[in-house]
Design a protein around this ligand. Structure first.
Ligand code: DC
Length: 228
């Protein structure tokens, strides 16, 4: 049986995490933010002093530490536990954000996390957000969305988020960071960020997350109703 998985991919600050969480709540599915899994490995590497380019050592680290995503009814929609400790607040700070694209470019790390993501999706229907969900992790997902937005809009959103969290950063530095991460994600050899074949490409530059989520929910419910 093919579970009605929903795969949502897109670049930094395209709104995919918020949209995925809203869709999961509306349809009562499990929300899995795969970026948080890569961030947890990056956090563990920084903590244990593992070289960020050493794919074998990183994969050993990811195997040795336990990473759990726990669904929550808060604004983010989940907590991440590293060896049982809630590390969610530390995953989105500057140090992990600077390290994570190097960690995520290592094929050994990707192989391991992709396998874990497939194991989660084999248990129940999910809304899974990331960069390679429709293309690599769940290529048979019946609903694939590639969510994008202009660089200007993505920088504006991320700036507002950081300022709301009390973090001072200027727009030019943030734009450089977003562009650097876009390049790292789209130019890496293993599973570069690309719309999966058959994905619905949505530009959210002028849309609210709630509008994008409503479109996806209506696509899923109308297709499911048409089939039954
Ligand atoms: O979505 P995010 O910014 O939290 O993702 C963190 C990093 O992990 C980012 O550099 C992209 C990478 N990533 C990935 O390579 N594959 C995924 N499925 C999810 C995230």
């Amino acid at each position: 049986m093919t579970l009605p998985h929903i795969a949502i991919d897109g670049p930094v600050a395209s709104g995919k995490s918020t949209v995925a969480m809203l869709v999961a709540r509306r349809l009562n599915l499990l929300y899995v933010d795969t970026g948080a899994m890569y961030r947890a490995v990056a956090l563990a590497a920084l903590h244990d002093g593992v070289e960020l380019q050493d794919g074998d050592a990183l994969a050993a680290l990811a195997q040795h530490h336990r990473i759990d995503l726990e669904p929550l009814a808060d604004a983010r929609g989940y907590a991440v536990r590293l060896d049982g400790e809630d590390v969610t607040a530390r995953l989105f700070g500057g140090a992990v954000t600077a390290a994570v694209s190097t960690v995520a470019a290592q094929p050994q790390v990707r192989r391991l996390l992709v396998q874990r993501q497939r194991e989660i999706a084999a248990q129940r229907a999910v809304v899974m957000a990331g960069r390679d969900i429709g293309s690599v992790v769940l290529p048979d997902a019946p609903f694939k969305i590639f969510l994008t937005a202009s660089v200007e809009e993505r920088v504006r959103r991320r700036l507002a988020e950081l300022r709301a969290a009390g973090r001072a950063i200027d727009a030019a530095t943030l734009r450089e960071d977003v562009e650097r991460r876009d390049r790292a994600d789209t130019e890496r050899a293993d599973s570069p960020l690309l719309p999966a074949p058959g994905a619905l490409v949505l530009d959210s530059s002028t849309l609210q997350a709630s509008d994008v989520a409503a479109r996806i929910v209506s696509w899923v419910t109308s297709s499911t109703a048409a089939e039954s």
